[in-house]
Design a protein around this ligand. Structure first.
Ligand code: MG
Ligand code: MG
Length: 256
C-alpha cells in the first residue's frame, strides 16, 4: 500500500531532508586525502545524536545483508558503490567516494546520496558522477502528477544509455516516508507509460547508480559492501522527492 502524504507530512519530511542534505554537505567537504572513513562515520554519528534523529541503517537487517548494520552511513569507495560499510580506509587522491545517508526525524524519513571525487579527479570518474547527477535531474523532471513510474525510470535510464553505461535492475529507487523502504520500486531503467501513476502526496527516493562497464556486483567479506565485479568505479546520486500538483519537490537539496 502506498500512503499519500499530507502537505504537513511532506513539510516534516523536508525538515528531515534538510538535515540529511546538511550532513552530506558537511561530510563531503571533509572527504579529502588523508581522512579515514571511520572519521566520517563518527562525525555522522555525532550529528545524528545531536539532532535526536534515528538512523535508518543502524540495526538494518534486510534479506540481502549479513546481520544488523552497525553504522549510520554507507561509505563506498571506488569499485564499491552501494551499502559500503565504513571501515578503516584512509582516503587517497583520486578516490571516488559515495556517501548514502538516511535518517528519521520526528517519525519522517529522508534518504539521499552523493558521490565525491577526492583530491584530483580522473576525467572518466567525473563523467560517471555527472551522468548520475544528470540522470537524477531527468528523473526528477519526469516525476510529475499523471506520469508513471516507467516514465521516471526511462528518463533515468536514457542518460545511462546515452553514455553506454549498463544499468543494474536489482537495486533502484523506492517509496519512503515513515520507513526507509516502501512501495513502489523505481528501477533505473524502464519503459515510458508503464507502471504506477504518480499522484500528489507520493514520496520517492530516486537513486541512479552505475559504473561505466558492468552491472554485475559482488559482495565483500563484510556481508554488505557491494562492489562492481570488474573493478570499475561506481557513482551514485540520490534525492528524496515529493510529488506535488506543481511537479516534484526535492526534499534533500539545500537551497543556494
Ligand atoms: Mg540512500
Ligand atoms: Mg534509497
Amino acid at each position: 500500500m502506498i500512503e499519500l502524504k499530507t502537505a504537513e507530512a511532506i513539510d516534516k519530511m523536508a525538515v528531515t531532508g534538510r538535515f540529511v542534505a546538511e550532513t552530506l554537505a558537511e561530510l563531503s567537504a571533509l572527504a579529502r586525502p588523508g581522512v579515514n572513513l571511520l572519521d566520517l562515520e563518527r562525525r555522522a554519528r555525532r550529528r545524528v545524536e545531536e539532532r535526536g534523529a534515528v538512523s535508518c541503517y543502524w540495526d538494518y537487517a534486510p534479506s540481502f545483508g549479513r546481520g544488523p548494520f552497525r553504522n549510520v552511513i554507507c561509505l563506498s569507495v571506488n569499485d564499491a558503490v552501494l551499502h559500503g560499510r565504513p571501515r578503516h580506509h584512509v582516503l587517497r587522491d583520486g578516490d571516488v567516494l559515495s556517501l548514502d545517508f538516511a535518517v528519521s526525524v520526528d517519525g519522517w524519513v529522508a534518504d539521499s546520496a552523493v558521490t565525491v571525487l577526492v583530491g584530483t579527479p580522473r576525467p572518466q570518474d567525473q563523467r560517471l558522477v555527472e551522468s548520475t547527477r544528470a540522470a537524477l535531474d531527468a528523473g526528477i523532471a519526469a516525476a510529475v502528477p499523471g506520469a508513471r513510474i516507467g516514465d521516471v525510470s526511462a528518463a533515468i535510464g536514457a542518460v545511462a544509455a546515452s553514455h553506454g553505461y549498463p544499468v543494474n535492475m536489482q537495486f533502484g529507487g523506492h517509496g519512503l516516508g515513515r520507513t526507509m523502504h516502501e512501495d513502489p520500486h523505481v528501477p533505473n531503467k524502464g519503459r515510458p507509460g508503464r507502471g504506477l501513476k504518480l499522484q500528489p502526496g507520493m514520496t520517492l527516493a530516486l537513486e541512479p547508480w552505475w559504473s561505466a562497464s558492468t552491472d554485475e556486483l559482488q559482495v565483500d567479506d563484510d556481508g554488505w559492501t557491494l562492489r562492481f565485479a570488474d573493478g570499475s568505479h561506481g557513482a551514485h546520486s540520490e534525492h528524496t522527492i515529493a510529488i506535488t500538483e506543481d511537479g516534484a519537490r526535492v526534499l534533500t537539496r539545500l537551497e543556494r
